[in-house]
Ligand binder design. Structure first.
Ligand SMILES: Nc1ncnc2c1ncn2[C@@H]1O[C@H](COP(=O)(O)OP(=O)(O)OP(=O)(O)O)[C@@H](O)[C@H]1O
Length: 219
């Protein structure tokens, strides 16, 4: 089954100069285990598209089928369940919870989703090189370590689809490469689909497919 099917999606924002059509009939599909890079100039609507797919915002027209469900037809509880368990999101900002130790940050999303698996969380921490940091708080970790925590947290509930928005944009080149390699490796192992926004052609080339967003449409 197709994991994600986006059909003819449109989104218009109100601006001071009148309505601004960010997305104008965007369609794409993604299967389980597939990875897709989404590139496009700044302001081309990449983050908007990711937010719509993640159920964080609503489209004006078109349809998003995720895991066989039309997400526009879900009620609030259904959308919340989708955001917690089916879809995992990694942003450029790490968004860790400062008052929670690393172990609890990693487990947070999975616990919310009722899918906490201690052995899998331990594996993620291990693979991410975080095993020695589990009792620390986020402020005591480097940027690269914090982003690895954020990725582990996203993967902990075993989402079927991972949405990543410039996930290594805040890291230096070497750290970014390491973190990206881990992300790709673990996503591949879980069999999730990956849709990643990036400005980097080098990163985009590491994914199986690539789409470019221009003037609100995909090329
Ligand atoms: N909530 C909003 N209200 C009004 N306009 C918005 C809103 N969110 C985004 N926009 C506008 O929509 C356009 C697309 O924004 P978006 O963040 O999706 O672009 P992007 O391709 O992700 O850009 P970047 O690569 O710089 O992150 C921009 O012109 C932005 O100003």
């Amino acid at each position: 089954m197709t994991l994600l099917c986006v059909e003819n999606l449109s989104k218009t924002y109100a601006s001071a100069d009148g309505p601004f059509a960010v997305l104008r009939g965007v369609s794409l599909t993604l299967g389980p285990g597939e990875s897709l890079a989404l590139t496009g100039e700044s302001g081309s609507g990449k983050s908007t598209l990711l937010h719509l797919i993640g159920g964080l915002d609503r489209a004006d027209a078109g349809r998003i089928m995720l895991d066989g469900q039309d997400i526009a037809r879900l009620d609030d509880a259904g959308r919340a369940a989708l955001r917690r368990g089916t879809v995992g999101v990694v942003f450029q900002q790490f968004n860790l919870i400062p008052s929670l130790k690393i172990a609890d940050n990693i487990a947070f999303q999975a616990r919310l989703a009722g899918r906490y698996d201690p052995a899998w969380c331990a594996t993620l921490a291990d693979r991410m090189g975080l095993a020695d940091h589990l009792r620390k708080y986020p402020e005591h970790l480097s940027g690269g370590q914090q982003q690895r925590v954020a990725i582990a947290r996203t993967l902990a509930p075993r989402p079927k689809l991972v949405l990543a928005d410039e996930p290594t944009g805040n890291l230096d080149e070497t750290t970014a490469a390491t973190v990206m390699a881990l992300l790709l490796e673990l996503v591949a192992e879980t069999g999730a689909g990956l849709l990643m926004v990036t400005h980097s052609q080098v990163l985009a080339a590491r994914l199986q497919r690539r789409l470019h967003l221009r003037a609100g449409q995909l090329a």
